[in-house]
Unconditional design. Structure first.
Length: 131
């Protein structure tokens, strides 16, 4: 199976969250790392329900990751910093509209070009490179 094991996925999520933590002045250090690891841990079992070669997999998983990550971050901000961001406009904008925009972006940037131009073909010595 070419799927990434959970521990490796969590380490990558931790690293991505740490990078955001280091560049973010609004939240306490570690919140993004915890958020990304928790989101990955929740969504990781769902990989069985999607196929890598399906055009809809990346946009759907992008939407789910974005929405769940936003919800978990809002909960953590409320618990840790006693900031409440919950409101109906927030739900519409941050839990529905922005994750949909993320999914549309993922589709437009990663799926459409691969669909139009196809997968790159390996020739000569490139064929023998490990994947």
């Amino acid at each position: 199976s070419s799927q990434m094991p959970l521990p490796k996925a969590l380490w990558i999520g931790f690293g991505c969250g740490l990078i955001l933590d280091l560049f973010s002045a609004q939240t306490r250090l570690g919140l993004y790392s915890i958020d990304f690891c928790a989101t990955l841990a929740i969504l990781y079992p769902q990989r069985r329900n999607f196929f890598a070669d399906s055009l809809s997999t990346l946009p759907i998983m992008t939407y789910l990751f974005s929405a769940l990550s936003t919800l978990l971050m809002a909960l953590m901000l409320y618990i840790v910093e006693m900031k409440s961001v919950f409101s109906w406009p927030w739900v519409f904008a941050d839990l529905l509209a922005m994750p949909a925009a993320d999914a549309l972006f993922a589709f437009a940037v990663f799926i459409v070009p691969a669909y139009i131009f196809g997968q790159p073909q390996r020739r000569g010595k490139d064929y023998f490179l490990s994947q």
